[in-house]
Each structure stands twice: as structure tokens, then as C-alpha cells.
Design a protein around this ligand. Sequence first.
Ligand SMILES: [Zn+2]
Length: 153
Amino acid sequence: MEHVHIEDVDEWMGPAALKQPLGRALGASDVAINYYELLPSESFAFGYHRHSDQEEIFIVLSGTVTFETDDGERVVEEGSAIRFEPGVFQQGVNEGTERVRALAIGAPQESGETEIRRDCPSCADRTPQSIEPGDDCLHTVCNVCETKTGNFT
Ligand SMILES: [Zn+2]
């Protein structure tokens, strides 16, 4: 048995105000569970993305999350949840005015290949991108022209 207080779990760098790898802190072997808090305009993810082998479920505890999907936008309100099957592109953004609190569950724990797409100002297009470590931050980098498109602490 493992038991943790969420507030004691280490915080990870990324696009969200708060991301805490709760599953890792609990020693979970088969599932990934992250606790998130998003300020207005923040996202769970570095970009529009898909995981080849992992389904993802988001449970919105407070606030409202707007997900971009290939089937259009989907608004997920407080007290509801959404599931994305493996291989489906999505990105959840806090387009509201309240702080979002949410849990994200991924299974299996290893997501397989993750493809990320973001707007690249140099390419003037949405391009495939990678995440690279910087000095106390993470960057997103365009795979086409190598422009840095984001800086996340
Ligand atoms: Zn580019």
C-alpha cells in the first residue's frame, strides 16, 4: 500500500501551472495518473498530440476544459470526464476564467510514440514538434525548421 498527499508530490515542468505525477508517487505499475491545475489559457499538453498506445481519461474537478479534437471542439465541464482512445489527436485548454483542477489517467503507463503538433511562426504552419530540455525549462522545437516555439518552466 502507498499513500500520499497530493500537495507533497513533486511538481513537473510543463505548460500547466501545476502538474504532479501522482501515479509515480504512488508507485503505480500499470497506469499513469497526473493531477493538474490550469490557469486561464494554459493547457495540459505541449501541443495537439496523440499517443500511439495509450488511452487517456481526463476528469474535470473544477473549471471548464475545451478540447480540440479532429471532430471539433468538445467542452468538458466541472463534474464530467472524457476519454480519448489511443492514436487520437487532442489537446485540452482552459479557455475559461476560472482555474481548472483535473486528473488525467493514462493506460498503459507507457504511452508509446507521442506525436506533437504546434504552430510554428517560421513555417507559418502547424508542424510536428519535439520537446527538448533547456536550462531549467523545456522547449518545444519545430522538426521542420528547428525554431523554438515554446518555453515551459
Ligand atoms: Zn518550423
